[in-house]
Design a protein around this ligand. Structure first.
Ligand SMILES: [Fe+2]
Length: 203
């Protein structure tokens, strides 16, 4: 396993997504709100209602990203990984995120900055020092962390908007971690092209 990940439980990867990709996804996330595809957040113990979120059935532009980034994530973490789950959210002024660890589908996690009006740091508990580290990310940067093990939170957001993407993978060491929806980009494309008739020629 990546030495930093093993020792600290996280590391920051600058330019995890390149500028063109991150700009495309940021635009898509904003347009999804304007076009009323995204949905408002709901108040629960972890997430704040002051946000816009993708629907549970996903959004086309994000469906492939998890699978596309799997090879890079394997190289970075030095662990064999399988795509598990993704989520995209835009935080609005006043939003926050209470401290938590993630559910089992989020073993190896990435929080990627897609674009922002202002900085919005995420805080992650360092396994080695047992103290929180402030991770300041620029668009395209990712915080890579052990989601089920390292607590993380955000303070109240004092900016206008911050668009971010969660990507989650699992390894094979804990079978209970598997989530049944994670497909590679190729599998996803095949799933859609196999259904070309019912999709494209429906009455
Ligand atoms: Fe989380």
């Amino acid at each position: 396993m990546n030495k930093k990940l093993e020792k600290h439980g996280y590391f920051i990867e600058r330019n995890f997504l390149n500028r063109n990709t991150v700009d495309l996804l940021c635009l898509y996330s904003l347009k999804s709100v304007r076009d009323e595809i995204s949905i408002p957040g709901h108040d629960d113990s972890i997430e704040h209602k002051l946000s816009w979120n993708i629907r549970d059935d996903g959004h086309a532009a994000f469906d492939s990203i998890l699978g596309i980034m799997t090879d890079k994530m394997i190289q970075l973490c030095k662990v064999e990984l399988f795509p598990s789950y993704y989520y995209q959210r835009i935080y609005l002024e006043g939003a926050d995120m209470n401290g938590h660890t993630d559910r089992p589908a989020c073993q190896y996690s990435c929080s990627v900055n897609l674009g922002q009006s202002e900085q919005y740091p995420i805080y992650i508990l360092d396994k080695h020092t047992d103290r929180y580290t402030e991770a300041l990310l620029e668009p395209g940067d990712a915080l890579v962390y052990m989601g089920c093990e390292q607590r993380h939170f955000r303070k109240i957001f004092r900016g206008d908007w911050y668009s971010q993407l969660f990507l989650h993978w699992v390894d094979e060491t804990r079978p209970e971690c598997f989530w049944d929806g994670g497909l590679s980009a190729e599998e996803l494309l095949k799933q859609y092209t196999d259904q070309w008739k019912s999709i494209l020629y429906r009455k």
